[in-house]
Design a protein around this ligand. Structure first.
Ligand SMILES: *Cc1c(COP(=O)(O)O)cnc(C)c1O
Length: 230
């Protein structure tokens, strides 16, 4: 299958998941996770009309941005060290991995210096797995209140990583919990602006994530052919 055919298949599956759950397909965005893709394939993905790309390592993602950054909107999706923040701010419009206050402050500092805005997802460790980054659901409210003072960082929503399981149905409770947490926080007016976005779902479970309300699905391997890593 060609890249265009793969994208067409994915879009059909997104449409079907939206139909099943009564959602508007325009409310679901694809972030093409290009972390294992060559520069050429990353460019091909952008040329194929997927305008959001995600990278998880600054030393790989920033050079790609320098080569292709005129195209598309760039998302940083991996755990981010504070000392690397200066490398990504001004290039990556979205950060999906805000998981500590010190990172929020560093983002604010660098965005202020660069006179730009950063949109961030608060990463929540819903499943409670030790190996996963993110704050606990109980900590979200306080965290968001602290972030209200930031002028250059806007928290647009919540992000989570589901457990890596063969059966995507097993990820459903995690996705559902993230949506419920988002809705609870909005009901309590924790932030001045409601949290509208949910970043959840990857190649193996994006349909379930859509059914549970995801607005940003992060797709990597499903866009690639076997042996295409580079
Ligand atoms: C790699 C990665 C993805 C994409 O995973 P696939 O299973 O290849 O679709 C999504 N989100 C994050 C944070 C990742 O690191």
């Amino acid at each position: 299958m060609s890249l265009n055919e793969r994208i067409l298949q994915i879009k059909k599956r997104i449409l079907a998941a939206c139909e099943r759950s009564g959602r508007n397909p325009d409310s679901v965005n694809i972030v093409a996770v290009t972390k294992f893709m060559s520069l050429e394939l990353t460019r091909a993905v952008l040329d194929a009309g997927i305008t959001h790309v995600g990278e998880n390592r600054p030393h790989i993602g920033v050079p790609k941005w320098e080569a292709l950054g005129g195209q598309g909107t760039w998302h940083f999706i991996g755990s981010l060290q504070s000392r690397k923040v200066k490398d990504v701010v001004g290039k990556f419009e979205y950060i999906h991995s805000l998981d500590r206050l010190s990172l929020a402050h560093e983002l604010e500092k660098r965005a202020t210096a660069a006179q730009c805005k950063v949109k961030a997802f608060l990463q929540v460790n819903v499943s409670g797995e030790e190996t996963k980054h993110g704050i606990s659901p109980q900590e979200a409210e306080d965290f968001l209140k602290h972030c209200e003072e930031l002028k250059h960082v806007t928290i647009v929503g919540l992000m989570t990583m589901a457990p890596d399981v063969d059966n995507p149905e097993l990820a459903r409770p995690v996705f559902r919990r993230l949506r419920e947490l988002r809705d609870e926080l909005n009901c309590r007016y924790v932030t001045a602006q409601p949290l509208t976005e949910l970043s959840m779902g990857m190649s193996g479970d994006f349909e379930v994530a859509i059914e549970e309300g995801s607005s940003w699905i992060r797709l990597g391997s499903i866009l690639m052919e076997e042996g295409e890593e580079g």
